[in-house]
Design a binder for this molecule. Sequence first.
Ligand code: GSH
Length: 211
Amino acid sequence: MKLYTYFRSSAAYRVRIALNLKGIKHTLTPVNLLKGDHCGSSYKGINPQGLLPTLELSNGKKISQSTAILEYLENDYPAIPLLPKDSFEAATIRSWSNIIACDIHPLDNLKVLKYLVNELNVDAEDKMTWYHHWIIEGFTALETQLLATPYCFGDRVTLADVYLIPMVYNALRFNLSMEKFPKILAIYETCNTLDAFDRAKPENQDDCLIA
Ligand SMILES: N[C@@H](CCC(=O)N[C@@H](CS)C(=O)NCC(=O)O)C(=O)O
């Protein structure tokens, strides 16, 4: 299968981690968000919403939206599960994941930040205040709930870690103080010692533009 990705796309980063954790053979096809390649007709032919990631299966079928992709991988590649069988436990992990996927990430997405700056004339400082605000709100709720022993839900990696680590990467990239989030920071550091997370990091992608 093939994943359309961008090294700094945190939604694509989630899927890269899951593919690695599950040991699924795949290739990565970069789409440059900064150059606006995701808005061009070529990528829109693949994903009409023009967002990353998209997963293309070996039969050519395509899945967009990282949550749908992760659900597909969990169903069709269950050998290394990222959700427990117990439905209450699975719902708990999904609810933590959704704090990131539904209540933080969409508000801090590139197109939202661009709209703030280009249409509403928000300056750089206020844009950063906005960016931090939604992460702080979500992380505050997560910090009280996550088990951090040593992963989000205990002693094995789950989907909650898959969602959390890219969000922490973004928080650190934009200089958010993690002082109030020691559990989250500890989970981030532990996950990054694992090969599957390390290989998925933005700086380890072929399209990484960081000098
Ligand atoms: N809910 C979508 C969000 C996808 C998304 O917003 N991807 C970002 C990169 S992380 C993107 O393509 N942004 C382009 C833009 O905002 O213009 C998902 O989970 O896949």
